[in-house]
Write a new protein. Structure first.
Length: 634
């Protein structure tokens, strides 16, 4: 029995070492996110990560541990040991792959994998082409995984040979039973993430208290732990205030009383794939010593003719988060709403309210119709016409991976809108500025390459946008149309100025109405995706009540703030300040105007600012849980 315990400990120790090896790779590959991290802090985080590694180790290896310590003679047989080897290799290869995936995926989402990844993968209709593309792009990752798999098999065989032959005498069940009880206690305590089997279990939220910045939670976290914990942890709806006080602080129901008649303008909402605030030269004139070129010259020029928000944020870091936030003012949370709304219940949205005013509603996305559940969400949001890859008449325009190139697809949308009855509400979601970052062959070497692979494709999508507006200008519906342009999410920064939790969600947001010269200029207010819904309805003089977690950006008295969830921590910006709140207490306050890198925590110096922002944030969280979320799915 002692030899088996020793062998098992060696086997589990190897997995711990590999977890740490992958954590080092994780830090290295995500250096753009962690570029303010010092060597000493990095070492401390590696040590803190062992706690989550141990919890993950015990969680996934519980069957192996139990089966390895059974006090029976047959457990020492070679066939049984080969069965244990298979179990050891399979479960730990899966665990290591989960952590390895986040080496490359974390920079896009800023959170470790959660259980919802399985539902998310189920929404990817083009997994075959994507799988091949990922294999080509990350071939070295597959090579390392293959070496790890080979190493696990060889190491298990080595430890198996070291096992001493079990004596052919009756087992000492008293000793083995005692050892078994101790092993069960250790196993249970390990799964709880501490050395006390009767203590509180380690949770996802605990990690935020192990790091100095919320984006660094990924360093100490283990992907296996986050996947299991996200499935098992059920968070109760918070109750910070009684309902009357909460409604007073931040009413969830919006009703714009106006004497003006409803304005039946068309609305065209364009969501650009992966464009960020960093993309635009006009919003970054201080970068590169004033020589920053930007990668969207047409969007820069259009912004000067628009009402735009330099401090706009996406609510999430994934495309699947963006659509509910923009169309229905549903905030992004741990599990994307599209995946959480399993029964596809109806939701209030821009489309549902404008349909009541006689609008036709459209959604244009050149990818596979089932991609990311967009078609399913559009159905729940009462979008009446969905145009995807299936509806597009020219298959030769397929880019080979995601869908139709942006230029021909936006032209197609313009022609379709010209044929439909007016007024209309149309949403377009571009896709060409997505990995693997290629442009059509006839544009090879046509656009500047920039410093990152995405820069050339940003230029291409910007060109496609220019061509769309040139076509739209020739059409009779153009001058009575409100164009709203934003991006689905931000991406990994290429300047250190953007490697902060605040800038991690920064996207462009502009409102352009060619028939309304008064809708123009920069607004320094904080703005977010969930504000688009109420702002558009207010612009159209819509006077019916509706539910929204956002606010009307055109109303000077409405509160202007943004809220993001980053690694179980709420991040709120208002004015010059950013507040971090873990759901129970505030953790940090930064003055973004004076401290752009978020280095100086003002919690003690600015206690009133903390209390004011925390009160507003608590009301927002409570309304989201208790009011908004429930009413959206009623």
């Amino acid at each position: 029995m002692l030899s088996r315990i020793k062998s098992l400990l060696y086997q589990l120790l190897l997995i711990l070492v590999l977890f740490q090896f992958i954590r080092v790779l994780f830090i290295g590959f995500n250096h753009a996110v962690f570029n303010h991290l010092t060597l000493s802090t990095c070492f401390i985080y590696l040590l803190k990560g062992i706690q989550y590694d141990l919890a993950a180790l015990f969680m996934v290896n519980a069957p192996l541990i139990v089966l390895s310590l059974l006090p029976f003679h047959f457990c020492h047989k070679k066939l049984y040991q080969y069965f244990l080897m298979l179990l050891y290799v399979v479960i730990n290869t899966v665990a290591l792959i989960a952590n390895f995936v986040d080496v490359f995926y974390y920079q896009y989402t800023l959170k470790r994998l959660t259980f919802s990844i399985f539902a998310y993968l189920g929404t990817q209709a083009n997994m075959s082409s994507l799988g091949l593309e990922f294999f080509i792009t990350y071939w070295y990752a597959f090579a390392i995984i293959s070496l790890i798999l080979f190493g696990l098999i060889r190491y298990f065989l080595f430890t198996m040979r070291k096992l001493k032959a079990m004596a052919k005498v009756a087992a000492n069940y008293r000793n083995t039973g005692a050892i078994g009880l101790v092993a069960i206690y250790i196993l249970f305590a390990g799964c709880k993430g501490n050395l006390n089997a009767f203590g509180r279990s380690l949770t996802l939220k605990d990690a935020i208290h192990s790091v100095s910045k919320p984006e660094e939670v990924g360093i100490v976290m283990n992907s296996v732990f986050s996947m299991i914990a996200s499935y098992t942890e059920q968070e109760a709806a918070p109750q910070y205030f009684d309902q009357e006080e909460s409604d007073t602080i931040l009413p969830p129901v919006h009703h714009y009383y106006t004497d003006s008649a409803f304005r039946p303008d068309n609305v065209v909402l364009i969501i650009l794939e992966s464009f960020t605030r960093e993309t635009l030269q006009s919003l970054n004139q201080d970068l590169d010593k004033g020589q920053y070129p930007g990668y969207a010259p047409f969007l820069d020029s259009l912004m000067q003719e628009s009402l735009y928000y330099p401090h706009a944020s996406a609510n999430g870091r994934k495309s699947i988060d963006a659509l509910p936030s923009i169309l229905a003012s549903i905030p992004a949370y741990q599990t994307p709403f599209i995946l959480a709304n399993k029964s596809n219940q109806k939701v209030e949205s821009l489309a549902s309210h404008l349909n009541l005013k006689g609008y036709q509603s459209f959604f244009f996305h050149g990818s596979h119709n089932a991609t990311m559940g967009f078609a399913r969400f559009c159905e729940s949001a009462d979008v009446t016409h969905y145009y995807g890859l299936n509806e597009y008449p020219h298959p030769q325009d397929f880019d080979g991976t995601w869908g139709i190139w942006d230029e021909p697809y936006l032209q197609y949308m313009a022609q379709e809108l010209n044929k439909c009855d007016k007024p209309f509400f149309a949403t377009a979601f571009t896709l060409s500025s997505h990995n693997p970052f290629v442009v059509p062959d006839h544009y090879h070497n046509h656009f500047p390459k920039g410093t990152q692979g995405i820069h050339e494709t940003m230029h291409y999508t910007d060109h496609a946008l220019r061509q769309f507006f040139q076509t739209a200008q020739t059409m009779p519906w153009y001058h009575n149309t409100l164009f709203v342009i934003t991006a689905d999410h931000s991406i990994t920064p290429w300047h250190t100025e953007y490697a902060t939790s605040d800038k991690a969600f920064a996207v462009p947001l502009l409102f352009f109405a060619p028939g309304n010269p008064h809708l123009k200029g920069a607004r320094q207010d904080r703005a977010q995706h969930i504000d688009i819904y109420p702002t558009v309805l207010n612009y159209l003089n819509y006077n019916e009540p509706f539910i929204s977690a956002g606010n009307n950006l055109l109303e000077p008295r409405a509160p202007k703030f943004t809220v993001n969830l980053i690694n179980q921590c709420y991040q709120m910006t208002q004015g010059d300040y950013l507040l971090l709140f873990d759901g129970k207490m505030s953790l940090a306050l930064y003055n973004l105007e004076k401290d752009r890198y978020q280095q100086n925590n003002l919690m003690t110096q600015q206690s009133q600012q903390v209390m004011d922002m925390e009160r507003l944030l608590k009301a927002w969280i409570q309304q989201f849980y208790q009011n908004t979320q429930q009413k959206y799915t009623s």
